[in-house]
Design a binder for this molecule. Structure first.
Ligand code: SAJ
Length: 434
């Protein structure tokens, strides 16, 4: 039986049944795109709440409009379940599960392992399995393939295995799943051919590479590139501060260079579930070949020290008006890890709040996207800030949501530490910028 031809045909005529494991910020948009392309999609998630919300046509991911989700659920093109036995009904399965770090900063591939176990249990002839989660080079070959080989089925003939990194930029108004080029690497040429055919039905541009390891490394390069360049500008902010140079002016002027330069901006630290984490997957893997990824470690050192630097700026600012941190009322403006989203994972705001609380400040925060914070020992609810800034000895701008009116902040606040250059143009005497 030529399972490759059979699957290519099913992809071509959209009769292939698509399975998506993990209905988060990657899996849910992907499922909706495949459903819109005409496939019957079955989403798998361990969260009964998410499964129920999907089946009610209610989106819980900012980048997925409820009306689009409701449409494909109503048309019967998309259904969610927590019953993994239904993987037997899938012809093509994309695994979009989290790949966090453990507290020891080592990769936590437990979600990939459990998804692989489910896929192995229900593996059948003619199915394509694609791992999308960001992970260290070698995960598909060394962790997934051996587990699936235990079934006795032959990869590249009986079933197909590929890696295709997700490239989701949450909140990006311009690039979504469909118009973001998709890199694909196969365990065998047949695997690449089938995986490429699947994604071409849904995504404008597919970029084939020679192996799953190359595809895994592409994603790690993309995010390590960001982490290191953000580390560079964060250190530049500290250097410019010491040299009494405005780092924001310098970066803005450097950005006029039409070639060979790409702007990154200093900030309060590195948040999100990708950039602070993914480079450590590579650094961890390199330890097994006795190599120390110095750039990654150095950038991480600088980025993770930024919340401390911010709190030092707050201390200096309060000092300049003869106030101590202890007993001062400090408002943190913004809790999310970047503007216009609600995600607080790894958000530097949490570190800034905790560090200020440890120093005895009375800390409040305001974020229209984050109604309350019950993370990492913080127990706060967002407070309104308009017309209330005079109550605070210092305002720390951590997230530059477009929802904030920073000219009003600059007018009303007595003292501001602005880590995002959000008050540019309104810099009164009371604005201290990173
Ligand atoms: N940050 C800076 N300075 C910058 C850029 C970002 O301090 O110049 C900070 C942000 O405030 C944020 C963190 O770095 O705390 C990460 O920012 P991000 O823009 O990389 O946002 P993510 O992690 O949501 O999305 C990234 C994607 N972003 C972009 O390409 C713009 C992309 O790297 C990946 O597709 C995605 O992570 C992922 O899932 O890997």
């Amino acid at each position: 039986m030529d399972y490759k031809a059979q699957l290519l045909q099913r992809i071509e005529n959209r009769s292939a049944r698509v399975g998506i494991i993990g209905l988060g910020y990657v899996g849910l948009p992907l499922a909706v795109e495949f459903a819109k392309a005409g496939f019957k999609v079955l989403g798998f998630d361990v969260s009964k709440g998410r499964v129920a919300q999907v089946n009610r046509g209610e989106s819980y991911i900012g980048d997925v409009k409820t009306e689009h989700l409701a449409e494909v659920v109503k048309s019967g093109h998309f259904e969610a379940t927590d019953d993994f036995a239904r993987l037997t009904d899938s012809d093509a399965v994309s695994i979009c599960v989290p790949t966090p770090l453990r507290k020891t900063r080592d990769p936590d591939v437990s979600y990939i392992i459990s998804a692989t176990e489910q896929v192995r249990k229900y593996l059948h002839k003619g199915v394509l399995i694609v791992l999308e989660s960001t992970t260290y080079p070698g995960t598909t070959d060394e962790l997934m393939q051996p587990a699936l080989a235990e079934t006795g089925l032959k990869v590249g003939e009986d079933y197909f295995l590929a890696f295709s990194p997700e490239r989701v930029d949450p909140g990006n108004p311009r690039f979504q799943t469909k118009n973001t080029p998709k890199v694909v690497g196969g365990t065998t040429p047949a695997c690449l051919e089938v995986a490429g055919a699947l994604y071409r039905t849904t995504i404008d541009q597919v970029v084939p590479v020679s192996s799953t390891r190359a595809a895994e490394m592409v994603k790690i390069l993309e995010n390590t590139f960001r982490a290191i360049n953000i580390g560079l500008v964060n250190e530049l902010a500290i250097i410019c501060d010491k040299l009494k140079i405005d780092v924001w002016e310098v970066i803005e002027a450097a950005s006029t260079k039409p070639f060979g330069y790409m702007p990154f901006y200093p900030g309060p630290g590195l948040g999100g579930h990708c950039i602070p984490i993914d480079p450590h997957y590579l650094a961890w893997k390199l330890k097994s070949v006795n190599y120390n990824a110095r750039f990654i470690e150095l950038a991480s050192e600088i980025n993770t020290a930024m919340p401390n630097y911010v709190v030092q700026k707050v201390t200096d600012a309060l000092n300049s008006v003869e106030r101590s941190v202890r007993g001062s009322n400090v408002l943190v403006l913004g809790a999310a890890y970047k503007k216009d989203i609600s995600d607080v994972r790894e958000s530097p705001a949490l570190d800034v709040i905790k560090l200020l609380q440890e120093r005895g400040a009375n800390v409040a925060y305001s974020d229209p996207y984050v109604p309350d914070l019950h993370e990492e020992g913080i127990d706060l609810a967002s407070v309104p800030w308009e017309g209330r800034l005079a109550e605070y000895d210092c305002v720390v701008i951590v997230t530059d949501h477009r929802a904030f009116d920073f000219s009003r902040v600059a007018q009303e606040a007595r003292l501001i530490v602005d880590t995002r250059n959000a008050t540019r143009g309104h810099a009164g005497l009371n604005v201290v910028r990173l």
